[in-house]
Design a protein around this ligand. Structure first.
Ligand SMILES: *Cc1c(COP(=O)(O)O)cnc(C)c1O
Length: 413
């Protein structure tokens, strides 16, 4: 239906399909129009930082003509510059089946704007009970007063999600694994039910990224990343992205435009720099986190180790079936311990920072208490839970650090 002028994908741009993920990471977002040098063949390797608000036009005719097509075209700074277009395009290229990607100033902005794009008053949203806490808050504090009802479901519900669907149900939101309690969802089963009922599916795919779980290939309509985590990878930029299929992309894009969502060129440039090493970083996060998780599993102080690649984790078999890797985030319980023991343990760690977020090169530890944020599948665990993000340090150093912290935590000062 779109004419060539309005087409948001360039027909003359070759999309390589027969290459591996690391080759793709090296090549994405480098179209000649973004890296070329005027009057000279060749160009620079990575798109530069183009900072702009006003774009100047030759005359009124050109100014008017620019209005008709603002996607990946110089128009006004809010619609981006080659720096943001190339990052968005790179994220699209990493997600087979995607038509386009929008960028946002944070992961939460991406989630809220995607939900606003698919829901209208009177609709019901099915939200996974293990969702990121601010996602729930948005459903309760923004969507509910607008007349959009949210029903929470057990992350392990699988095909039975069908029992929750009624005439008002419009969309299903997934997050797999949940970023505190790590339940892996049966995405293909839920997607099959959604398709049978004409529902939209959205996933918060921050943990796996498209490298370990290409969500759109698994039938999901809209894939959301907190780029703040692994895409940026260096704990120094806040950013979110929404990548969607042909069917949903126009609505995602226009809602982001209407809300004035964008990311600064400097942040996009840093995110692009991070993205180039996503493959090597994720493999090392995976290797280190598995070494630490397996070591923890052998410790007498530890109860459950909730790492999707280990059998303790709810949905482990689904991870084995559907994912091609595991990143650096998991959680574990301290068997029969008191809260004070957990506090002493975390405070004693030397190589782990204590702080929110994750996905950077550095390791982090966080006490987490899911009781207050669960309704459909209440958290019944009595043992204190700790979430670790395992960074790129030497795993032997991290294990030695955890070992000394166990010793320190057993003996109150
Ligand atoms: C951090 C996070 C977000 C939000 O990202 P921000 O950039 O911090 O707003 C969303 N989902 C998950 C799973 C997260 O861990």
């Amino acid at each position: 239906m779109t004419n060539r002028q309005d087409d948001y994908r360039q027909d003359d741009y070759d999309r390589p399909t027969d290459i591996g993920a690391d080759t793709r990471l090296a090549q994405v977002g480098r179209r000649p129009e973004w890296t070329g040098i005027a009057g000279q063949p060749g160009g620079i390797v990575s798109p530069a930082v183009w900072r702009a608000s006003t774009i100047l036009y030759e005359d009124v005719a050109h100014l008017r003509a620019a209005r008709s097509n603002q996607h990946e075209r110089w128009f006004y700074g809010r619609k981006g510059t080659p720096t943001s277009w190339s990052l968005a395009d790179a994220l699209t290229e990493l997600e087979p089946g995607a038509a386009g990607t929008m960028l946002y100033p944070s992961g939460v902005a991406a989630i809220s704007c995607a939900l606003m794009a698919v829901l209208k008053p009177g609709d019901t949203l099915l939200m996974v009970d293990s969702a990121y806490d601010p996602t729930r808050t948005f459903c309760e504090k923004v969507l509910r007063p607008m007349g959009i009802n949210t029903v929470y479901y057990d992350p392990l519900i699988g095909h039975d999600i069908e029992t929750l669907i009624d005439a008002r149900t419009r969309a299903i939101f997934l997050e797999s694994p949940g970023s505190l309690t790590m339940e892996v969802q049966d995405v293909p089963a839920i997607v099959a039910v959604a398709k049978a009922h004409g529902l939209v599916t959205l996933i918060d795919n921050t943990w796996a990224t498209p490298l370990f779980f290409p969500a759109l290939s698994h039938g999901v309509d809209i894939s959301i990343l907190a780029c703040t985590k692994y895409i940026v990878g260096h704990s120094d930029v806040m950013m979110g992205s929404v990548t969607a299929t042909e069917q949903h992309w126009p609505q995602i894009r226009s809602m982001a435009w209407m809300f004035g969502q964008m990311s600064s060129p400097d942040d996009c440039w840093l995110a692009m720099r991070g993205l180039r090493t996503l493959g090597v970083r994720l493999r090392q996060h995976q290797e280190n986190a598995l070494a630490v998780a397996r070591w923890l599993k052998g410790r007498p102080e530890v109860g459950e180790v909730r790492h999707p690649a280990l059998p303790d984790c709810p949905g482990h078999a689904l991870w084995q079936r559907d994912f091609s890797g595991a990143s650096g985030l998991f959680s574990f319980t301290l068997k029969g311990a008191e809260d004070e023991t957990r506090t002493r343990f975390i405070d004693a760690l030397r190589h782990f920072g204590i702080g929110y977020s994750w996905g950077g090169f550095e390791s982090l530890a966080l006490p987490v208490d899911p009781h207050a944020i669960r309704t459909a599948a209440p958290w019944r665990g009595r043992d204190p839970l700790i979430r670790l993000h395992i960074g790129l340090e030497d795993a032997t150093d991290l294990i030695a650090d955890l070992e000394q912290a166990f010793t320190a935590s057993q003996s109150p000062l």
